[in-house]
Design a protein around this ligand. Structure first.
Ligand code: ADP
Ligand code: MG
Length: 620
């Protein structure tokens, strides 16, 4: 066959395959055009799974002579030279959406500008334009698409059920509405009103309106030139899939695994397995630091510095999550404060405290203290959060030393109590300990309620945070084994672990190969009991194998710390003395987010006095 130029209709259909694979894509293109035209009201009607779509807007409209041009390929009013691609202020820029849609449907375009006497209408059937007509109509543009894909049976076959296509359209419209809180949307499905979203005052109101969730919280963070703004639900309000994580870059709805991971990271240790956050996140960078032209449906973007975007997003959520604004006032963790500028030398001079320089202390405490001094080091790591010292857990050396002292006591001599420390400092230590119930719960009271604290969950949280801090500070005390500890596992897992040997080493675990099915541990952190080493390594190997070689160090570390914490803390069923209970509560105050254990279970349960009084029939 000789080489020939394809007829234009064919070219248009090829392009159509890119932009309008599904009715939802078409709806997105049409609504974006309306918004680009400055519309404040957009009405969308669709029938038959989107094979008929009508979009009506009150935007600026088009000149009659522009109507045929709008249907030409690469005809756009939005850019004129390549350079403009880097300073886009509009959604459209390729000038091919309408041409692509026109090529696979019957399209009726009606438009009237402000000041025009009449509207003009252009009908096109599968790319063949008819004559321009004068018609009645108000200001704005109406586009009706019918017979979608009737001339491309192959594409028709790829459509899913009407219900599935309708859902995709509605999801797209939600995204469009989320990104334009000041535009009114009216949506009709098969002739019935499906949604009516009047314009809102701000993004948070819009999220509440669209996702129908309350209460919502807001967070912001900036990392260099990347800004992130997030509206999200508290960790009690969760979803079963990741579908309720909505991401926008330059106000464009995008799919981005890295930013989705950033959202998950921010909620890490607050959610149970299988729970997903509900969050809407907007990322903004200078237009020349992001490429929005990398994907046919413009649903992906490329950041010049993806790690900054990741950190901004995680930071925006984490900053607020750590303050636990969903809790009652007195119950929140103390507001984080910038770290005091304390050098290690100050420890030994602190009056009335054990001399850290000479007194042997439990290793985990030492590690923790050191880590608090190396926050800057932590900031440089890509995956880290929080990245600003403002969000770091407040480290109070006084409390720390007390906690250290009492921890030592917790571990060794429950009976010889040190002098009771002065006034309580945070929510947890302000609770008055009444006793222990069922060898499992610390029973305490506050002014207006009884609070039961799960001793295992609470201690687990404390140890978890200490381990995480120790790791972040790169301060893990390591014990060398005289003979490497041999652990058997599948060759595949051995490979996987050896492949990330360097990272594992940063956790204080030094490994080597002892043959295809055996891994040797030359050294391990003092705080990991030998007995759990093999299960920790096994878990880690599993993760890497499951993820097909890739893995998130932060997550692995989080999991390991959670496992380690879980294995090394007080269990349910263990008797605790008053002082041990008090010291545990004091420790809880050292960390933000102490109201959940690392596995996402609540640490405490409350019983308000008014409920007690109601139960006793004192009040009705
Ligand atoms: P793009 O949006 O990339 O410019 P389109 O094919 O989507 O390309 O649209 C082509 C042109 O038609 C736009 O540049 C714009 O000038 C005009 N247009 C499309 N839809 C509308 C609308 N709803 N209101 C006003 N003008 C529109
Ligand atoms: Mg467009």
């Amino acid at each position: 066959m000789s080489i020939q130029v394809l007829p234009p209709e064919v070219v248009d259909q090829i392009a159509a395959g890119e932009v309008v694979e599904r009715p939802a894509h078409l709806v997105k293109e049409l609504v974006e055009n309306s918004i680009d035209a400055g519309a404040t009201r957009v009405h969308v009607e669709f029938f038959d799974g989107g094979r008929i779509v009508k979009v009506i807007d009150n935007g600026k409209g088009m000149a009659p002579e522009d109507l045929p041009k709008a249907l030409e390929r690469f005809a756009t009013s939005k850019i004129s030279k390549t350079d403009d691609l880097w300073k886009l202020r509009t959604f459209g820029f390729r000038g091919e959406a309408l041409a692509s849609i026109a090529a696979v449907s019957k399209l009726t375009l009606t438009s009237r500008r402000e000041g025009d006497e009449q509207a003009h209408q252009l009908i096109s059937e599968y790319g063949r334009k008819k004559d321009l007509d004068k018609v009645g109509g108000s200001q704005g543009t109406t586009i009706l698409i019918e017979n979608l894909f009737d001339n491309t049976p192959a594409r028709l076959k790829f459509l899913k059920s009407d219900a599935a296509e309708n859902t995709a359209i509605k999801t797209t419209l939600k995204a469009m509405a989320l990104s334009h809180y000041n535009v009114e949307f009216r949506i009709q499905e098969n002739g019935k009103l499906a949604s009516f979203w009047p314009a809102c005052k701000n993004r948070k109101d819009r999220v509440e309106q669209i996702l129908e969730i309350k209460p919502l919280f807001v967070g912001e963070a900036t990392r260099e030139n990347v800004r992130a703004y997030a509206v999200f639900a508290d960790p009690h309000n969760v979803a079963k899939t990741a579908k309720n994580i909505w991401l926008f870059a330059q106000n464009r709805w995008i799919q981005d695994r890295s930013l989705q991971a950033a959202v998950n990271e921010a909620y890490r240790s607050l959610l149970m397995h299988g729970e997903y956050p509900i969050a809407v996140v907007w990322v903004e960078v200078d237009p020349d630091c992001v490429d929005v032209n990398i994907h046919p449906t413009k649903s992906q973007v490329k950041f010049q510095e993806p790690s900054l975007a990741f950190r901004a997003v995680a930071g925006a959520l984490r900053g607020t999550l750590e303050q636990a604004p969903w809790l009652a006032e007195g119950q929140r963790p103390r507001p984080p404060q910038p770290l005091a500028d304390v050098s290690a030398a100050d420890y030994s001079s602190t009056q009335g405290l054990p001399n850290f320089a000479t007194t042997p202390m439990p290793k985990e405490n030492l590690a923790f203290q050191d880590s608090s001094l190396s926050v800057t080091q932590f900031q440089k790591k890509e995956f880290s959060f929080p990245t600003s010292t403002v969000n770091e857990p407040k480290i109070d050396y006084q409390t720390l030393a007390q906690a250290a002292a009492s921890r030592e006591e917790l571990a060794t001599t429950p009976s010889s109590a040190p002098p009771e420390p002065e006034a309580p400092r945070g929510y947890w230590s302000s609770l008055e300990v009444l006793g222990q119930a069922n060898l499992t719960y610390i029973v305490t009271q506050a002014r207006d309620k009884i609070v039961f604290v799960d001793q295992h969950a609470a201690h687990e949280r404390v140890v978890f945070e200490k381990l995480m801090n120790a790791w972040k500070g790169g301060k893990v005390d390591v014990q060398d084994f005289l003979f490497p500890l041999a652990i058997d596992m599948s060759p595949e897992k051995v490979e996987a672990l050896l492949g990330i040997g360097k990272d594992v080493e940063r956790l204080g675990v030094h490994i080597e190969s002892l043959g295809p099915g055996t891994i040797g541990v030359k050294a391990a952190p003092l705080m990991i009991k030998e007995s759990i080493l093999s299960s920790v390594l096994d878990k880690m190997a599993n993760e890497i194998v499951d993820q097909g070689g890739s893995y998130s160090l932060e997550r692995v570390v989080g999991d390991i710390c959670a496992t380690m914490a879980c294995h090394s803390v007080v269990r349910a069923g263990q008797a605790l003395g008053m002082d041990q209970m008090k010291s545990l509560l004091r420790d809880m105050d050292m960390f933000p987010l102490s109201s959940f254990c690392p596995h996402g279970r609540p640490v405490s349960v409350e019983y308000p006095f008014y409920k007690l009084e109601k139960d006793f029939g004192r009040i009705v």
